[in-house]
Ligand binder design. Structure first.
Ligand code: EPU
Length: 338
């Protein structure tokens, strides 16, 4: 296993922040984890797992060891008439897995096209976009339990998936390292194009008959038009989660702000788009030094180049304060802050 010292994380975080990890190990197989966690030299060193680095904000150098997840492999485990169970190595690139499924005619993840990152990170926060969440196709995962050194399997219900949430962000945080993700994909896909922009985009593309490819391409087009490409401008997608407020409170907001959008989740709660709240507070397209708010999607904070993690944090706190002040709503971060 390759272990490097004073490793630059700049190419390994999509914010493009110029930080260093004391140590970095490339994890290409589960045995590498055993070797590390049993080694006298490295056992007690502080560690963090890094996939594609697309959902982290480094505020300083990492004083420890970064485990770069590089376990590869795509394997069909089970095939029936209607569905197929596929196992993906945690280090596989998420979007490449989507393209593979689309190409093979397996449905279920086409709406999740172009989400950056690795497949091992996908269950951590139950990635979602355009009306679909990972949990709808997730079968199980395999993970290395740090305390015992054993491999453990988590089925869908064990992960307690919620909106941008799983047990790996809660009670089981930092206790496991995901090595494989198993998805059940459909051989008879049904398309989910209910999310407004998809239908319009398919129309503007001149698509008459739906296919996995056309839906995937529509999502790619929407994302490319709204979200900045990290290769060009540093960002980690949505910086905040969409807040959930009590229905009564939402109704009082609507009385004051007629235009406020909201999606009633149930009899108790309504989800409000954070982007709208931030936009209303005048932040969209604003720039403070090297960092700022994306000009096409107010939920995305960007590093224009040379920005520091601390600058992004300061900007995010200013945004939180103004949304709190105007709407009385607390915005929580979606990105992991290190
Ligand atoms: N809006 C504004 N100003 C903006 C952008 C949006 O007012 O600058 C309002 C509009 O009313 C719009 C609403 O916000 O209808 C919702 O915006 P959008 O449909 O773009 O989705 P979102 O809620 O901002 C979520 C996810 C995205 C995902 C999209 C599409 C979260 C935190 N974000 O964004 O996920 O791509 O839906 O499904 O749930 C990510 O997690 O990194 C991410 C990009």
């Amino acid at each position: 296993m390759l272990i490097e010292e004073n490793f630059s994380l700049k190419p390994h975080n999509t914010f493009g922040l110029d930080v260093i990890a004391n140590l970095k190990a490339s994890i290409e197989q589960t045995e590498d984890l055993e070797e590390l966690f049993k080694s006298d030299k490295y056992r007690t060193v502080k560690k963090m797992v890094l996939g594609g680095g697309s959902n982290v904000l480094f505020t300083r150098n990492f004083l420890g060891m970064v485990l770069k997840m590089e376990i590869q492999g795509v394997e069909v485990m089970e095939e029936g008439d209607d569905s197929i169970l596929v196992s993906f190595g945690a280090g596989e690139n998420w979007h490449q897995c989507v393209l593979w499924a689309v190409e093979k005619g397996y449905g279920g993840i086409e709406n999740l096209s172009l989400i950056p990152g690795t497949i091992g990170a996908a269950p951590m926060q139950n990635i979602g976009a355009y009306g679909v969440e990972l949990k709808e196709v997730f079968h199980s995962l395999e993970a290395y339990e740090i305390k015992t050194g054993k491999m453990v399997r988590f089925f869908n219900e064990d992960c307690k998936f919620g909106y941008r949430y799983s047990v790996f962000k809660g009670a089981q945080r930092d206790k496991y390292i995901i090595t494989k993700v198993n998805l059940r994909l459909s051989k008879k896909p049904s398309f989910n194009i209910s999310y407004g922009a998809i239908k319009e985009t398919l129309e503007s593309m001149g698509v008459e008959e739906l296919s996995l490819k056309s839906v995937s391409q529509a999502v790619i087009n929407i994302r490319q038009s709204k979200l900045p490409d990290p290769a060009q401008i540093g960002n980690a997608g949505s910086f905040f989660k969409n807040p959930v407020v009590e229905n009564g409170y939402f109704d009082s907001l609507r009385a004051a702000f007629e235009e406020i959008p909201g999606y009633r989740l149930n009899e108790e709660f309504t989800k409000v788009p954070a982007a709208w709240l931030i936009d209303q507070c005048g932040w969209k397209g604003k720039r403070l030094g090297n960092v700022g708010v994306h000009d096409k999607q107010a939920l995305v904070l960007v590093n224009h180049g040379g920005g520091k993690g601390k600058e992004i944090i300061n900007l995010s706190m200013d945004i939180q304060k103004s949304v709190q002040g105007t709407f009385g709503i607390q915005l929580d971060t979606e990105v992991n802050i290190i």
